[in-house]
Design a protein around this ligand. Sequence first.
Ligand code: SF4
Length: 156
Amino acid sequence: MKILAVDEKRCTGCRLCELVCSVRHEGAADPARARIQIVKWEEEGVYLPMACRQCEDAPCAAVCPVNAIGRDPELGRVTTDHDLCIGCRACVSACPFGVLGFHEDRGKTFRCDLCHGDPTCVKFCETRALRYEEGDRVVAGRRRAAAARFRQAVAE
Ligand code: SF4
């Protein structure tokens, strides 16, 4: 299953991902309504892209009083049925990552939908801080990088 993988060390905080996400989903450049948000620590120069983690045991789904939140088996993403959603925002409060948004005009929540398997943010992220890859591959890459750091440390 593919995941939206984030390499925060590569993120420059340019926020292009927010811009293109809002254009794709809202038809206008409105980063406040982007499904991905960059959390910044300006002084340290640290930027962290945040979007729905598509949790296996999704807290948002557990608290939804009308069972509007489910899972798309093809992409493995968490989905909201907006015909069922009553806009109570219980899911927004329950999300441990704070990545669900609320559309005031529509009275509905929104979240990353992985652009139906072809994330726009990934296409526009020039530094490749965002990638859409098989989860196993992401984990293997992280393991290799950690092992390389460990090897370098013991060699010094
Ligand atoms: S487009 Fe890439 S580098 Fe720019 S803010 Fe988004 S994740 Fe970071």
